[in-house]
Design a binder for this molecule. Structure first.
Ligand code: ZN
Ligand code: ZN
Length: 354
């Protein structure tokens, strides 16, 4: 098999050739058909996250060892089943096409048992701790992590495994607020645009989108945003509040920078909630009394659970959802795709195909 690996942080991915693994026990060998290029791949590739005054989070300290194969947004075809997989009971078939749930935990701890494997302290995430989709084959530990594609093509489905379930998870954290008031979405990259389409499908009242980039604001309006505000404007907050037309109860920050999180916090009305999803980095300094006095919530949201991804796939197969723009690129262009994403040239999502 062939893969494009991070051999050294921040350096070009290296093409590697090794024997295709044979699935053991409950494992399933999947042939990659599509692999999304995610913003968090940039951090993995560069080796860390900026933690503001707390320094830098190094992925090497989190148990990521070099070389490794990135790619956690994977759709593929089952190529072989391990000897412990009963083909009739597992629900997966050789040649069948599936979306892969990559946020796999240890499977044994209380968190995993409660169905929140994505929050496990001993993660086995594909494309981070285990080889992922920047290769033509990969092993999935168990068939239950495979979700049928339904009406979606592999390239359409792949981004739902991370950006989709991340967006869906963040919207779920806002509960029924989304049906009471327009929400505010900060950041109109791939996640923000996907959020707009899911919000409509979930019966939401729409969203006002904030982005400093004019082309991205235009893309947000085309995707159905009620209004698009330049986050760098001095009067960004009053502009957003006016466009929402009432108290701001829900804000999702898909950037996660100091300035965007502060704007999100400042917008919240009484009882409002700021969900921080983006991992741009930095830190948030806010006055404390308004947190209790306005009874606001600041919540982090990290990807989503296996059940949330199943629910999301059911939703996108059921509802008429406008597809987010996708650009497929050959897998050998992985380096160029990472550079283009880092330089802000990508609108929508890059998906690598072998
Ligand atoms: Zn991702
Ligand atoms: Zn666990």
């Amino acid at each position: 098999m062939i893969s494009y690996d991070v051999a050294e942080f921040g350096k070009p991915l290296q093409r590697a050739e090794r024997p295709t693994p044979a699935p053991q026990g409950s494992e399933v060998l999947v042939r990659t058909l599509a692999a999304g290029v995610c913003h968090s791949d940039l951090h993995l590739w560069e080796g860390g996250y900026d933690l503001g005054s707390a320094g830098r989070l190094r992925v090497a300290d989190r148990g990521v060892s070099l070389p490794f194969t990135m790619g956690h947004e994977i759709a593929g075809e089952v190529a072989a089943l391990g000897p412990g997989v009963d083909p009739s009971a597992s629900g997966v078939a050789i040649g069948g096409k599936y979306l892969v749930f990559p946020w796999i935990g240890c499977g044994e701890c209380a968190i995993c048992q409660s169905g929140e494997e994505h929050l496990c302290l001993r993660p086995r995430f594909l494309g981070i701790f285990r080889p992922g989709g920047y290769g033509d084959h990969l092993l999935v530990p168990h068939p239950r992590y495979l979700i049928p594609l339904g009406r979606l093509t592999p390239a359409e489905a792949a981004p739902y495994a991370c950006s989709g379930v991340t967006t869906f998870g963040a919207l779920r954290r806002l509960g029924d607020m989304i049906r009471r008031q327009p929400i505010v979405i900060i950041g109109a990259g791939g996640l923000g645009l996907m959020c707009l389409t899911l919000l409509t499908a979930m019966g939401g009242k729409g969203a006002v989108v904030v982005d400093i980039d004019e082309a991205k604001r235009r893309a947000a309006l085309e995707a159905g945003a009620l209004a698009a505000v330049d986050g760098s404007a001095a009067d960004a907050a009053p502009q957003v509040a006016a466009a929402v037309g009432g108290p701001v109860l829900g804000v999702i920050d898909y950037v996660g920078a100091s300035g965007t999180a502060r704007l999100g916090f400042d917008l919240l009305a009484k009882g409002g909630k700021l969900v921080i999803v983006g991992l741009f980095g930095g830190e948030l300094t806010v006055p404390l009394p308004p947190i209790p006095m306005r009874a606001v919530t600041i919540q982090g949201s990290y990807v989503g659970s296996l059940q949330e991804l199943r629910d999301l796939m059911a939703l996108v197969n059921r509802a008429k959802i406008a597809r987010i723009p996708i650009t497929t690129r050959p897998q050998e262009e992985a380096n160029a795709a990472l550079h283009d994403l880092r330089d802000g040239r990508a609108i929508g999502r890059y998906v690598l195909v072998p």
